[in-house]
Design a protein around this ligand. Structure first.
Ligand code: CMC
Length: 429
């Protein structure tokens, strides 16, 4: 008769234990603690660097089936959301759990519109950065600095307060991101225009010269789709950072700033930037086989390939490839696309990549699109951050309300020296 439990026999002691398996197919790691070799033994722990097989939370936000290439936000397939949704609708869906009706969307949009301006001291703060400061470094520190402008954000257990801080961040991140863009170019900051939609306002703040910018609706919609595709991806590195930092009950600006820092890395959001640098390094089609050989020898990675969760394909990459063609029809072909397509074709036939289930991920084509839109390489990850913000906020809010959560505090297996007496400096070798 099957029961929902696991019988574990500890061969060190011969004792057996019954460990419950819950309806989600998980066991509680704490249930292993009872497995001891002696009464003073600490008890059994699991060792799981990089959380390869450990669920750190229950979440109702995003579902991924990595083997079948499925991604859903609150149950809605990413393909349908990307085709029909707007970014603010998706942000609402992720944060509030349901698609908004007309009145709810109106209020959400208005609330965000109302908060797009930043304190003028933020401008002074940004002026402290060198002209060539990496925009991700500027972004993460400026978002962190917002916590000093909104000290009320420390009331993380108050639902109304959580709402207003999330609205503030949704509203101000595009403004800060655009200011970072202008700073790098030595251009005067373009202030938010609240007669424009969310994406249109951001594009205007980045590209407007002398108050004028002729928006291209195809490019604007393409950017919106890219942001939607990045909006959440369950417990990835940056979201885990937001949750872990937020679990200390710090304000959301500080927690999201940690998320931006995590996203900055080339193995995570920084991959879109790394892909373009890689394509530049390859330079021409005839150099692709040599590059692939280097990757196979372990001398570097094929950036934009591989994923911890997706092992058949990344559904976002499929959608992005389509967006790329829409954008290039407007802007003219990005010459690097040819190299990317050939790289993809060769890699997908090569046993090294096939056997390791390495496929193009969301970042393989996004950089080419951003470049065609006129964004510089070091700015790509900022665009990823703009897209990911609703997910970080939704995950943060879910974590705060989750009664099972506590301050994040992993265990370790200590492998350092045994206890020893302090050595005076004169006696050290
Ligand atoms: N190029 C070449 N080999 C690779 C790659 C790659 N891009 N990715 C993984 N491998 C190999 C790796 O060397 C290892 O081989 P072996 O078993 O012989 O040692 C095997 O595949 C498994 O790799 P792993 O590092 O254990 O896999 P992981 O799940 O820890 O890493 C990853 C996932 C995304 C960090 C990794 O695939 C990678 O570094 N990709 C390139 C960077 C990238 O595109 N990142 C964006 C990820 S998607 C957007 C996001 O979430 O930010």
């Amino acid at each position: 008769m099957p029961t929902n439990s696991l019988t574990v026999t500890d061969n060190r002691t011969g004792k057996s234990y019954e460990i419950p398996v819950d309806e989600c197919g998980t066991i509680k790691a704490m249930d292993l603690r009872q497995i001891k070799t002696a009464p003073d033994d600490f008890g059994l722990m699991t060792y799981d660097p990089a959380f390869m097989n450990t669920a750190a939370c229950r979440s109702a936000i995003t579902f991924i089936d990595g083997d079948r290439g499925i991604l859903e936000y609150r149950g809605y397939p990413i393909e349908e959301i990307a085709e029909h949704g707007t970014f603010l609708e998706v942000a609402y869906l992720l944060n509030e759990g349901e698609l908004p009706n007309a009145a709810q969307l109106h209020k959400w949009t208005d609330d965000i519109r109302y908060h797009t301006y930043v304190h003028t001291n933020i401008i002074k703060f940004l002026e402290g950065f060198r002209y060539d400061a990496h925009p991700m470094g500027m972004l993460l520190s400026t978002v962190g600095a917002l916590s000093t402008f909104y000290p009320d954000a420390r009331h993380v257990h108050d639902p109304e307060n959580r709402y207003i801080q999330r609205v503030r961040l949704m509203a101000k991140l595009p403004t800060i991101a655009a200011f970072c863009f202008r700073h790098n170019r030595g251009l005067p900051y373009e202030f938010p225009r609240n007669d424009l939609e969310y994406i249109g306002n951001f594009v205007n703040m980045t590209f407007s010269i002398g108050g004028k910018h002729e928006p291209n609706p195809v490019l604007q919609r393409a950017l919106e789709i890219l942001l939607i595709l990045h909006a959440d991806h369950e417990q990835n590195c940056s979201t885990s950072a937001v949750r872990a930092v937020g679990s200390s009950a710090v304000d959301v600006f500080s927690a999201v700033s940690a998320g931006i820092a995590a996203l900055y890395g080339p193995l995570h959001g920084g991959a879109n930037e790394a892909v373009l640098r890689m394509l530049d390094e390859i330079g021409s089609r005839d150099r692709i086989p040599g590059f692939i050989e280097k990757v196979k020898k372990g001398e570097g990675r094929l950036m934009g390939f591989g994923h911890r969760v997706y092992k058949s394909y990344d559904p976002r990459a499929k959608l992005i490839k389509k967006v790329a063609y829409d954008v290039f029809a407007e802007t003219g072909m990005n010459p690097k696309l040819e190299i990317a397509l050939e790289l993809e074709r060769i890699a997908l036939q090569d046993d090294y990549f096939i056997s390791r289930k390495l496929y193009p991920n969301v970042d393989f084509y996004s950089g080419l699109i951003y470049q065609a839109m006129g964004y510089p390489t070091d700015y790509f990850t900022v665009l990823f951050a703009l897209g990911r913000l609703p997910g970080w906020l939704a995950q943060w809010s879910e974590m705060i309300q989750d009664k099972e959560q506590k301050i994040a505090r992993p265990r370790q297996v200590y492998v350092g020296p045994e206890r020893r007496p302090y050595v005076a400096i004169a006696e050290r070798p």
